[in-house]
Design a protein around this ligand. Structure first.
Ligand SMILES: Nc1ncnc2c1ncn2[C@@H]1O[C@H](COP(=O)(O)OP(=O)(O)OP(=O)(O)O)[C@@H](O)[C@H]1O
Ligand SMILES: Nc1ncnc2c1ncn2[C@@H]1O[C@H](COP(=O)(O)OP(=O)(O)OP(=O)(O)O)[C@@H](O)[C@H]1O
Ligand SMILES: [Mg+2]
Ligand SMILES: [Mg+2]
Lengths: 254, 254
């Protein structure tokens, strides 16, 4: 039975997609069969793995009940990893879901059919707290929160924790916090160190040991359609995501 | 009659808020009375100017017709700049607006009453293409598109241009593109140079001469609640936004 992890933070550009792709790839290399669900209409997790964001059927059609989830699962050629691609159609889902029955539960129902075939399911979320992110939190066993070491990123954390609490109370009592992941850490700046210290103070016990440094190889890899592990495995970015994967594997029992 | 400029891009973390605050402050220093509208529920433009994101009344209440816009305008102590602050209530607006009359037009109607009092109105948008951003594009004379020099940021540009075209056809025939602003440009990386070259190739004529370099002073300033011009005016970040403001002033006739 797969462990489902949602990668969420309404703050934009904090490393959600980069974490979703590279954590999934690292879990795959460690021999864990992993499904990566791209639940962001931008489709960055889809294109970051070399797939097209213009396919006929995608997660949008599955969510709206027009096809099964298994019919859209694709193997992008990354060891141990399958993907549910996203397309721009998903932009319409936020408004279209607003008025349907059990609108928060659609993704959880869909994933139910596939959980037996994987060890992990990783869901990349858009930068918002709308119905797509709520669906992901309702479907997840835990939420992994990437956090850039910057001022604005800290600001949104209290509101995100509040949203997680509300989803736990209303839809998903088992939802826990997998952890807060510091991303784009730049040891040369005071800002990164100050934010990290402040986080340790307010959220101690919830922060991953692994810290992802700012590393240009991480931002170059998507233009080759590959996770960084297949672009430059010796880079500090790749090594950090391998370390993150072992922390995640040690957390759970799968 | 104020010129209304929306700062929009659905890609997260590309520098929308940083541009909105620092462009508004630079226009204020140049003697142009400027209204900064924080239309993002995250409230980063509000807190980045030292104001609280927990006030009783905000742009949310004005949009929902509960108070006038002028009653929520605040002077944050930045020369020539007033602000319409945002609070977390705005998170609810996307869903609440979904089923009301002329839902795309609410912000344009509100701003109509204030346009005479300012030279410029600058609107900070959330990282999405939902009803809040559509409202901002409907109310605007032009859209300024901040673009990080990274692969994923390039990907969303075609879809954003498509959305601008659709808003122009359906709601706002006068909507033009103020320009594409390259942000967080790092001259040490090939990626920044390659993205800049690719942009010049596909969007030539629409790109600002001014390029905003990656500069840590820009990310430090918000923790002091000040635009970078009031935190470190000699920094390259501050100088770049002063240059951007003169380009914007030369574009228009105000
Ligand atoms: N550790 C890192 N070092 C350097 N660049 C990074 C790192 N992590 C992510 N990036 C780059 O920063 C940008 C933002 O990251 P990413 O797109 O993964 O964030 P996101 O949270 O998914 O954004 P969005 O909110 O738009 O979904 C991307 O261009 C990515 O390549
Ligand atoms: N030129 C720059 N140099 C260094 N840091 C920058 C620069 N511009 C913005 N930043 C920092 O990068 C982060 C992202 O910028 P910002 O929050 O302005 O982007 P945004 O597009 O408004 O994000 P969102 O999509 O969440 O609204 C912030 O922490 C900001 O301080
Ligand atoms: Mg993303
Ligand atoms: Mg912003």
């Amino acid at each position: 039975q797969a462990r489902v992890i949602a990668i969420a933070n309404q703050k934009g550009g904090v490393g959600k997609t980069t974490t979703a792709i590279n954590l999934a790839a690292a879990l795959g290399i460690a021999g864990k069969r992993t499904l990566l669900v791209d639940f962001d209409p931008q489709g960055n997790a889809t294109s970051g793995c070399g797939l097209s964001t213009a396919s006929e059927q995608s997660i949008y059609h599955a969510i709206m009940g027009e096809c099964s989830l298994s019919s859209i699962v694709v193997n992008p050629g990354i060891r141990g990893v399958d993907i549910c691609p996203s397309t721009q159609d998903l932009y319409g889902a936020e408004l279209e879901l607003a008025t349907v029955e059990n609108r928060e539960d659609r993704l959880r129902e869909l994933l139910y059919t596939l959980r037996k075939g994987y060890h992990y399911i990783v869901i990349d979320c858009p930068p918002s707290l709308g119905l797509l992110t709520i669906n992901a939190l309702t479907a997840a066993d835990s939420v992994l929160i990437p956090l850039q070491c910057e001022y604005y990123a800290m600001e949104g954390l209290a509101h995100l924790s509040e949203t997680v609490r509300r989803v736990r109370d209303a839809f998903n009592p088992g939802l826990s916090v997998e952890g807060i992941l510091l991303t784009m850490f730049d040891k040369r700046t005071n800002l990164s160190r100050e934010v990290a210290q402040e986080l340790q103070h307010h959220y101690s016990g919830q922060i991953f040991q692994t810290v992802i440094p700012r590393n240009v190889r991480l931002s170059e890899a998507p233009s080759f359609g590959k996770p960084v592990l297949y672009y430059d495995v010796r880079s500090i970015g790749a090594q950090s995501y391998l370390a993150l994967a072992s922390e995640v594997m040690n957390h759970g029992s799968t």
